[in-house]
Design a protein around this ligand. Structure first.
Ligand SMILES: N[C@@H](CCC(=O)N[C@@H](CS)C(=O)NCC(=O)O)C(=O)O
Length: 218
């Protein structure tokens, strides 16, 4: 049985599972597929993941896609890593946020970065999709900010997968015209950046939570 192989792109949503593998101390190989350079579209990668997205985890020749599925597998491998809350109700509340981030918030970033995915080649529609995404994202961050301020499922003291995944969205906020992060989210982000497994994954990917720039960028 060989180590699982994680396909990731620096600072992409795959950062969450990259950090989770480290938190759970799972030996793995991390393979970079640079989405910014379009490497996910290469034939070689499509042969591994026909959906041409990251993250993808290959385990004993089985392909697992989708952050939540990968995170739940890692949790099963090492429940002591506390990636998910133990009590059923708390676990459901964390899953509720993770599911919301994956199914509603992530697509807003797709609308922001790849408006053509929804608007086709119509310029006016692309601008409208992009602008609407920016407005909706502000509301999303306000809602997360309130939950973080109440210490409601989110925790920078004992981060679980929800926190690792949220860190990705806090990083991405830097790409928005006026990053909608209030004081509670900034304090939460800065504490998360010091969480060893996340810090190690950020370092391995050459990115940080406070800028969209990569270490290798000029
Ligand atoms: N629903 C998927 C979304 C995966 C996804 O869209 N990943 C982005 C990076 S954050 C990607 O690979 N984008 C490449 C592309 O859209 O061409 C998940 O939650 O894992």
């Amino acid at each position: 049985v060989s180590d699982p192989v994680l396909y990731y792109s620096p600072g992409a949503c795959s950062l969450s599972v990259h950090a989770a593998l480290r938190q759970a101390q799972i030996a793995h190989t991390a393979v970079r597929v640079d989405v910014r350079a379009g490497e996910q579209l290469a034939e070689g990668y499509r042969a591994i993941n026909p959906r041409a997205r990251v993250p993808a985890l290959v385990v004993d020749a089985a392909l697992i896609t989708e952050v939540l599925a990968i995170a739940s597998l890692i949790d099963g491998w090492n429940p002591d890593a506390k990636l998910f809350p133990r009590t059923l109700l708390q676990r459901a509340r964390a899953l509720s946020w993770i599911s919301h981030l994956a199914s509603a918030v992530h697509p807003l970033y797709r609308a922001f970065w790849r408006a053509e995915h929804y608007a086709g080649d119509c310029d006016d529609a692309r601008v409208a999709v992009r602008d609407t995404a920016v407005v909706r994202l502000s509301a999303v961050y306000a809602e997360i900010e309130a939950a973080v301020a109440r210490h409601d499922v989110f925790s920078a003291d004992a981060p679980g997968f929800l926190d690792l995944y949220t860190a990705v969205f806090l990083r991405w906020a830097q790409a928005l015209p006026d990053p909608p992060l209030g004081p509670a989210l900034i304090a939460y982000r800065d504490r998360l950046a010091g969480h060893a497994p996340l810090a190690a994954a950020l370092d391995a990917e050459g990115v940080s939570l406070t800028t969209m720039k990569r270490r290798s960028d000029p």
